[in-house]
Design a protein around this ligand. Sequence first.
Ligand code: PSV
Ligand code: MN
Ligand code: MN
Length: 394
Amino acid sequence: MSHEEIAAAALDQLAIELPSWGFANTGTRFGKFLQAAAATTLEEKFADAAQVHQLTGACPSLALHVLWDLPGGIGDVARVQALERQHGVRAGAINPNLFQDQRYKHGSVGNPDPAVRAEALAHLRESVDIARELGVRDVSLWFADGSNYPGTQHIRKRKHWFAEALGMVHERLSPAQRLLVEYKPFEPAFYHTDIADWGMALVLARDAGAQAFVLVDTGHHYLGQNIEQIVAWLLDEERLGGFHFNDRKYADDDLTLGSIDPYQVFRIFHEIQQAAWEQGHPPDLAYMVDQSHNLKGKIEAMIQTVRTAQELWVKAALVDRAALAVHQSACDLVQAERCLTEAFATDTRPLVRAWAEAHGLPPDPYAAFRESGYLETITRERGARNLSSVTSYA
Ligand code: PSV
Ligand code: MN
Ligand code: MN
């Protein structure tokens, strides 16, 4: 197959879900730098996501956060369905929120107070119901639960409370649904986090049931950790459910994908495509963006992450896997490694541009976005409201 054919086949397979919160004004614990054009309402988030989808051709769905996007819970389902129809973007993974309410100060499903655990469980069950009503497959769980000082919480008891809750949420799933269990080493908890790494997430997912899988957020690892090995192991265990894409230099920085270490992303993509090549079919994974850094323009940053993912995905598709297998068996180290580095060094931008053109998409989505006037329109429409609370220092 030619590079063009390989690229086209690879890109046809890659759908990337956008996060509703990635279009909103977010910040750090030190404050927010507000953007006039940021989305506030769910209507605006759907509209912005539709822009990214129209320009990249790769983003047919939008992940939703229950508390932020469906404050009325299941009662908001009809409103979401209307937006899906209006914007041509589907609702994506449903994300319960068990970290913002004051009652979760000492945890949600890991809280020593049974009444708080019961409330958290009720929210999780409602999230499953919302997903089912929307025809959404994945309920995506991230817990801030943990503790900040040694000795303050009973780690094993909390593990059992987690296992119990996830088992009960799993029972609520319809056969077509999945639970995705995300891990994160620290933050907001700084001593122990209840689901701190992929091993803990895997144990909990396995205990919960056959429809529970691990979600790998690329930013949720210690520096230097071999993320592609985690991916390879989870694939082999058939418990990898999907990804949250972002990049980081230090911790969970939520930067645009590949901005710091594109080779890391490439190596992850390589492991996925290697498994697909060996199995004869692609693994069933949810590819999602989870970025919320607040200095780049929201929509442009999203286009950048998606386009970067496409370019790196094609690079991974260009690895000569037959040659790699031979070199690995012969322990021909340099030639084996070169199978990766040659593919990584290939300029895939023209291949992605050609694929875009063949699909009636703009070859340069950045330019198309700037020329569209969309940003000016939403800046005008949303600016006064978004900037009303800004304090400026002369
Ligand atoms: C917090 O770290 C976080 O970024 C997690 O990655 C979740 O996936 C996301 O927020 C949305 O809840
Ligand atoms: Mn995440
Ligand atoms: Mn995160």
